[in-house]
Design a protein around this ligand. Structure first.
Ligand SMILES: Nc1nc2c(ncn2[C@@H]2O[C@H](COP(=O)(O)OP(=O)(O)OP(=O)(O)O)[C@@H](O)[C@H]2O)c(=O)[nH]1
Length: 324
């Protein structure tokens, strides 16, 4: 049986994994790619941000792919293969807090999986602007150690001297990976697809225990708050609130993202926050058959859910109208 190649895209929160995935999907014409997106948080935002060109996108939102959803991952792959739709290869985007080791383990130890899929490469996206902060998290360091390909991304946000310093550090942490510098993950497909770079021998050199089951622990102070609303959001109120939030708790706020419904707007509004950086743009058009909704997710340390919910509620257009 021919095994389908699988690329694992990993990298810390907000480094550019979905940006890379969308680039691959838009450029890999003629290749039927099944995508599995794992997100840390119960509201699937990444699934909404993946390009619509794909038929087969499965979201795993119940936890981190390295812990609770490992069985779900295998079930998702089974489901896709059993669907009867033609599939040429797989791409798995892990959550930004995933340790890739247990996922690699599944590919080696699960007989059914190993007989059908083979790992092509682990591609790790590194945020040049924030990697120094991220490296205090064990997961970020592991993601770099296990990479076959490292994309040193967001080169527009760091100067050459800083990029050189980061690259030397990456090289020390992972002497074997190929390193490419990118802006918005602008990389030729041949560097990230069909590179045949995964080699268990290398992985065992990095972590001789990798094939043994071991509990994986996350930093318990990092949590996730996901909020959904069906009332439209007031853009000005949202803008003010997000900017205040970044000022107040920016250092603890690792990531925020949202797909929002603004009153009287034909398109969704997509926004991303990575630490103190905020960015927004129009997204896909709302279809008449769709129920408009807004999803927003915060990932960070010691988040206060009640305050975040109250803050977001204050940005809903109708509630503001009632209050004022
Ligand atoms: N300035 C700059 N921004 C970038 C670059 N690459 C990606 N971004 C932005 O960084 C933010 C996060 O990008 P994503 O692709 O969603 O990152 P991610 O790793 O999928 O995020 P999570 O899945 O939440 O961990 C978005 O606002 C992107 O537009 C880059 O090279 N330069």
């Amino acid at each position: 049986m021919i095994k389908l190649k699988t690329t694992i895209i990993t990298g810390f929160l907000g480094s550019g994994k979905t940006t890379l995935l969308n680039r691959i999907l838009s450029e890999a014409e003629g290749t039927r790619i099944a995508v599995i997106v794992n997100e840390y948080g119960e509201v699937g935002i990444d699934g909404q941000l993946v390009l619509e060109t794909q038929d087969d996108v499965v979201e795993l939102n119940n936890g981190c792919i390295c812990c609770t959803v490992r069985e779900d991952l295998i079930a998702a792959i089974r489901g896709l293969l059993d669907s009867g739709r033609p599939i040429d290869r797989f791409i798995i985007e892990t959550s930004g807090l995933a340790d890739p080791a247990p996922v690699i383990q599944s590919f080696v130890l699960d007989e059914w999986l190993a007989s059908r899929l083979e790992l092509d490469a682990i591609v790790t996206v590194v945020d040049a602007n924030h990697i120094t902060q991220h490296l205090s998290q064990e997961e970020a360091a592991e993601q770099i150690s296990f990479a076959d390909v490292l994309l040193l991304n967001k080169t527009d946000l760091a100067d050459d001297a800083h990029l050189d310093a980061i690259e030397s550090d990456l090289r020390m942490r992972n002497p074997l990976a190929r390193i490419h510098r990118t802006k918005s993950c602008d990389i030729a497909l041949r560097h990230v697809m069909n590179v045949n770079a995964f080699d268990l021998k290398n992985i065992l050199t990095i972590d001789p225990q990798i094939l043994q089951e071991h509990d994986h622990e996350h930093d318990q102070s990092i949590g996730c708050v996901a909020i959904r609303a069906f009332d439209p959001v007031d853009p000005q109120a949202l803008n003010g609130w997000l900017n205040r939030l970044v000022q107040d708790i920016g250092t603890d706020l690792l990531r925020m993202k949202g797909v929002l419904s603004f009153a009287d707007e034909a398109r969704r509004y997509v926004f991303h926050g990575v630490h103190m950086t905020l960015e927004g743009r129009p997204g896909k058009i709302w279809q008449p058959s769709e129920r408009r909704k807004s999803d927003i997710v915060f990932i960070g340390r010691n988040l206060d859910e009640t305050t975040l919910r109250a803050g977001f509620e204050g940005c809903l257009a109708e509630r503001r109208a009632l209050v004022s």
